[in-house]
Design a protein around this ligand. Structure first.
Ligand SMILES: Cc1cc2nc3c(=O)[nH]c(=O)nc-3n(C[C@H](O)[C@H](O)[C@H](O)COP(=O)(O)O)c2cc1C
Length: 304
């Protein structure tokens, strides 16, 4: 395949190729070691981590839809201290940067998490999930108000030297307004999109399918929305974008890079094919080979 350069830089994080995993869909990465060589990934984004352990929402909390899935996991995780103690040591043995996705219920939670993870050896960057309820403001999500999103970003920025990637929620009227707010507050890169709020109803029981009633829609159904938002955000701000939302194969990944993504994350596809990440990496290489692309960076934003 010649001398194709696959290296990209995501806001200060050097990656050997653009392929990462979407938080919450790849466990702590180690679960996938029997299926793929984790060393081949550009980065691993692990499960969302909070200060305290969380059991998550009652079941059923996942449901299949015609073009993707609904989930309302509720951030089940063992808490940041257990992550650092039990999961980080084996992850350090892998030659792939680990990005930790963090969530909190207050601005202070985010600041504390950032400072704890800043001191953790083997954490390459922080991905800040702002699609969580602000308990102090009565449950309004941080990611739906520019001022709250900026406050969270600032709290993380002030407590870490590591690259800060802020993950935007698509459940807003103007995604560029959110992007500008978090970039002005110190984000080194943006990740988008998180899931779109949805629901399903079982007509036999006449009840909502998920115990939580509402859940996040992901998979092929959301891809056009994700591409549109990445295209808009690429034009609005000047930081790299980690693109995700329905990427199932190499062609999808290429479309995301052409829209403006520097790197891409694979989420729902992992549930149908545990080798999806590496199949997608192979697909990117094949496309570049076929199209005479020598450096994958040429593709970023080329659709504009
Ligand atoms: C089961 C499940 C759990 C998820 N958990 C998280 C999470 O903890 N933190 C987060 O920022 N996003 C979480 N997400 C959102 C994904 O990381 C991703 O943004 C979204 O699913 C869109 O990508 P996809 O269509 O490729 O799955 C989760 C998604 C799914 C399906």
């Amino acid at each position: 395949m010649g001398n194709l350069n696959l290296q990209v830089n995501l806001g200060g994080l050097a990656m050997k190729n653009p392929v990462t995993t979407a938080s919450g869909t790849f466990g702590f990465g180690l679960e996938f070691a029997p299926f793929i060589d984790l060393n081949r990934l550009g980065a691993i984004v692990v499960k969302g981590t909070t200060l305290e352990p969380r059991e998550g929402n009652p079941t059923p909390r996942m449901a299949e839809t015609p073009a993707g899935m609904l989930n309302a996991i509720g951030l089940q995780n063992p808490g940041v201290e257990a992550f650092i103690r039990d999961y980080l040591p084996p992850l350090r043995q892998i030659d792939t940067p680990v990005i930790v996705n963090l969530s909190g219920n207050s601005v202070e939670d985010y600041g504390r998490l950032a400072s704890i993870l800043d001191g953790a050896d083997g954490v390459a960057a922080l991905e800040v999930n702002i699609s969580c309820p602000n308990v102090k403001q009565g449950g309004i999500q941080f990611g739906t108000l520019p001022a709250s999103a900026a406050a969270v970003t600032r709290a993380v920025r002030e407590n870490t030297q590591k690259p800060v990637i802020v993950k935007l929620s698509p459940n807003v009227t103007d995604i560029t307004e959110m992007a500008r707010a978090v970039v002005d507050a110190g984000a080194d890169a943006l990740a988008l999109i998180n899931t779109l709020l949805g629901m399903d109803i079982d007509i036999r029981t006449r009840r909502p399918v998920l115990a939580n009633i509402f859940g996040g829609l992901s998979g092929p159904a959301v891809k056009p929305v994700a591409l549109r938002m990445i295209y808009q955000v690429y034009k609005a701000v000047n930081v790299p974008i980690l693109g995700m939302g329905g990427i199932m194969n190499g062609q999808d990944a290429i479309a995301f890079m052409l829209a403006g993504a520097t790197a891409i994350a694979v989420g729902t596809a992992n549930f149908t094919n545990p080798r999806a990440t590496l199949d997608i990496l192979d697909g990117i290489e094949e496309y570049c080979d076929r199209e005479g692309v020598r450096d994958v960076n040429e593709l970023i934003g080329a659709a504009h």
